[in-house]
Design a protein around this ligand. Structure first.
Ligand SMILES: *[C@@H]1O[C@H](CO)[C@@H](O)[C@H](O)[C@H]1NC(C)=O
Ligand SMILES: *[C@@H]1O[C@H](CO)[C@@H](O)[C@H](O)[C@H]1NC(C)=O
Ligand SMILES: *[C@@H]1O[C@H](CO)[C@@H](O)[C@H](O)[C@H]1NC(C)=O
Ligand SMILES: *[C@@H]1O[C@H](CO)[C@@H](O)[C@H](O)[C@H]1NC(C)=O
Ligand SMILES: *[C@@H]1O[C@H](CO)[C@@H](O)[C@H](O)[C@H]1NC(C)=O
Length: 492
C-alpha cells in the first residue's frame, strides 16, 4: 500500500521518496480533481508518462532555468512580469511550493522592463531580457526572497542600429552564460518572415567578466552592436544550449510560405527546423539565403536549398547554399513549423554509472538518454496539419553528435491537430510548450498559453535497474507515449 502521508514518504530512502510522494500526489490529485491538466493526463491510462502541475495560472510563462545551488526551478512570465522560484515541499498538498522572487511592478521606481522571454542564472546573478535589454539582479542561490534592488542593464540597444527595432519582428532574446562562466550569449530573431540580410538573425556574445565589470563599476551597459557575432544567419534561434562538452547548439525557427515549385517543395513540409552545432565563432547558417529542405539526402546531410526570393540573384543559388564554405547546414532537424523554443541536454546521472546501485537509477528516463538533446516546440500556427506542441528527444551518440537527423516525439498534446493550431481556432487555451528544464533526470515543461508548468515522470524508468533500460522505449517519431492535456479557451 502506498502511503499518502508526505511525512512518511520523507522518512523513506531518498530515491524512494520522490516516487512515493508522487504516487501519493497523483491519487490525491485525481480524487480532488485539482485541475483539468493533471486529470486529463491521468485519463490517458495507458501511458508510461504522468504529468502533474508544479505551477498553475502562470500565464505567459516562457524562460525557465535552474538555480543549481538550491535545485530551485526558476520561471519567468511575460504576462505577469514576474519570476518565481519553485521547489519541492512535502508539506504542500501539491508537493511543490513557490515564491515570487522578481515582481517588476514592485521594484523601486516601478521601471517598465517589458520582459519578453529570456531568463538565466549564474553565480548569484539573475538575468532577464526584454526586446531591447538584458537586466541583472543580484539573487543569492536559494534565497526565495523577493528582489528589492533596481535592475542594472547589462546589454542595451538589442533592437537598435538599423536592426528594425522593437516592437517589430521577433522579440524573444534568449540569454545564456556558458557553463565555464566565460561568455554571455544573447540571441536576436528576424524582423520579417524573410529579411534582406542576417543582421537581425544572430547569436552574439561578450565575455561575462567584461559585462559584470561594466555593471559593477557602474560604467554603463554593453552595447549589443559591439558584441561579437558568434553565429550568423540563424533566423530565430530561440532555443540554444550547451552540451556536456561545452559546445553550443541552437534550434532555429524557419520561415513560412517558402515554396520551391521548380523542385516540388511546398510550404507545408518546408523548411524543416534546424538543429545546428555552433562549433566555432563567426560561422554562417544560411538565413536569409538558404533553407533546410524536407528532401531525403543521399549523403546523410540535411539538403540545403536556395530561398525563393534570392535563388536567382546570381549569387545565392542552390549550389552556393550547398557549399559548406558558404553555409553551414544543421546536423539534425525538427518538423517544419514546429517552432523550437527551448532545449536542454540530459546531464550525467550518478545512478547511471556502471557500478551504480540499481535503486539509484533515475526515476524517469533510461540511462541511454544521458547526453541526448531534448527540445520543446511551441507548435505550428499556419500548417494545415498542426505539429509541434511537443517535447522531442534527439538521440546523441557517444561522439556527441545526433545519431539520426529525425527526432523522437516524447510527449505531445494530442489534441493539437484538431484544435490547437490557431488556424483551427485554438492556440490560446492549448498546451503550448515553452520553457524546459531537465533536473536530475526529470523534465519540467511550461506552457505559456495555459500557464501550466508540469513535471513529467516516466514510470518505465522508475526504480528499474539501469541495465534493463539500456534501450529506449521510444523508437519512432510516431510513438506518442503520452498526452499532455489542454484547456479550451472557454475554460480560461
Ligand atoms: C504558488 O503556491 C501557492 C500556494 O501553494 C499556490 O496557491 C499558487 O498557485 C502557486 N503559484 C503558481 C504560479 O502555481
Ligand atoms: C486560475 O484562474 C482561473 C481564472 O482566473 C480561476 O478560476 C482558477 O481558480 C485559478 N486556479 C488556480 C489554481 O489558482
Ligand atoms: C518530410 O515530410 C514528411 C511528411 O511530414 C515527413 O514524414 C518526413 O519525415 C519529412 N522528412 C524530412 C527529411 O524532414
Ligand atoms: C561560395 O561562396 C564563394 C564566395 O562568395 C563563391 O566564390 C563560391 O562560388 C560559392 N560556392 C558556390 C558553389 O557557389
Ligand atoms: C537524483 O535522483 C536520484 C534518484 O533518481 C536520487 O537518488 C538523488 O538523490 C537525486 N539527486 C539530487 C541532487 O537530487
Amino acid at each position: 500500500m502506498r502511503s499518502c502521508d508526505p511525512v512518511a514518504a520523507r522518512r523513506s530512502a531518498k530515491g524512494i521518496l520522490y516516487l512515493s510522494a508522487l504516487a501519493c500526489l497523483i491519487s490525491q490529485s485525481a480524487a480532488a480533481d485539482v485541475g483539468p491538466t493533471l486529470t486529463a493526463a491521468l485519463e490517458t491510462g495507458n501511458s508510461d508518462w504522468s504529468a502533474y502541475n508544479v505551477a498553475r495560472n502562470f500565464t505567459g510563462v516562457r524562460g525557465m532555468t535552474l538555480d543549481p545551488g538550491s535545485g530551485d526551478l526558476l520561471a519567468l512570465s511575460r504576462s505577469s512580469q514576474q519570476v518565481i522560484a519553485i521547489w519541492e515541499d512535502a508539506s504542500d498538498p501539491t508537493g511543490f511550493t513557490n515564491a515570487t522572487i522578481l515582481d517588476v511592478a514592485s521594484l523601486p521606481g516601478s521601471p517598465v522592463l517589458a520582459l519578453t522571454h529570456g531568463l538565466t542564472y549564474y553565480q548569484a546573478n539573475l538575468l532577464v531580457s526584454s526586446a531591447t535589454d538584458v537586466y541583472q539582479f543580484p539573487y543569492p542561490s536559494g534565497s526565495r526572497k523577493a528582489i528589492t534592488n533596481p535592475p542594472r542593464t547589462v546589454v542595451s540597444n538589442i533592437a537598435g542600429g538599423g536592426r528594425g527595432g522593437a516592437p517589430l519582428g521577433h522579440q524573444t532574446r534568449s540569454i545564456e552564460i556558458s557553463p565555464d562562466g566565460q561568455w554571455l550569449y544573447v540571441q536576436i530573431g528576424s524582423l520579417n518572415n524573410v529579411d534582406e540580410d542576417s543582421s537581425r538573425s544572430q547569436i552574439r556574445r561578450v565575455p561575462w567578466a567584461e559585462a559584470l565589470a561594466a555593471i559593477n563599476a557602474d560604467t554603463g551597459s554593453i552595447d549589443f552592436s559591439d558584441m561579437e557575432v558568434f553565429a550568423d544567419g540563424l533566423r530565430n534561434a530561440v532555443a540554444f544550449a550547451h552540451d556536456q562538452k561545452g559546445q553550443l547548439w541552437a534550434a532555429d525557427n524557419g520561415a513560412d510560405e517558402i515554396e520551391r515549385p521548380d523542385i516540388g517543395l511546398d510550404h507545408q513540409e518546408n523548411p524543416v527546423e534546424e538543429i545546428n552545432l555552433l562549433a566555432s565563432s563567426g560561422q554562417f547558417y544560411g538565413y536569409p539565403f538558404c533553407f533546410s529542405s524536407n528532401e531525403t539526402s543521399t549523403d546523410g546531410t540535411v539538403v540545403q536549398r536556395a530561398m525563393p526570393a534570392t535563388k536567382d540573384d546570381g549569387v545565392h543559388s542552390d549550389a552556393w547554399c550547398q557549399d559548406p564554405n558558404n553555409n553551414t547546414g544543421p546536423l539534425a532537424t525538427l518538423p517544419a513549423h514546429s517552432s523550437p523554443i527551448a532545449m536542454a541536454f540530459m546531464p550525467s546521472h550518478a545512478g547511471c554509472a556502471a557500478d551504480a546501485d540499481p535503486n539509484s537509477a533515475p526515476l524517469s528516463f533510461p540511462c541511454s538518454w544521458v547526453g541526448d538533446l531534448f527540445v520543446t516546440t511551441h507548435g505550428s500556427w499556419n500548417a494545415d496539419v498542426a505539429r509541434g506542441y511537443a517535447l522531442y528527444r534527439v538521440p546523441f551518440g557517444s561522439d556527441g553528435r545526433p545519431l539520426s537527423q529525425a527526432p523522437d516525439i516524447l510527449l505531445q498534446a494530442t489534441e493539437a491537430a484538431a484544435t490547437c493550431s490557431p488556424s483551427a481556432g485554438g492556440g490560446l487555451g492549448c498546451f503550448r510548450p515553452s520553457g524546459l528544464v531537465v533536473k536530475n533526470g526529470t523534465f519540467f515543461v511550461a506552457s505559456d498559453a495555459t500557464g501550466d508548468i508540469v513535471y513529467l515522470v516516466n514510470s518505465a524508468g522508475s526504480k528499474s535497474a539501469a541495465s534493463s533500460l539500456a534501450s529506449p522505449r521510444i523508437s519512432s517519431p510516431q510513438a506518442v507515449l503520452a498526452t499532455i492535456a489542454f484547456l479550451f479557451v472557454a475554460m480560461m
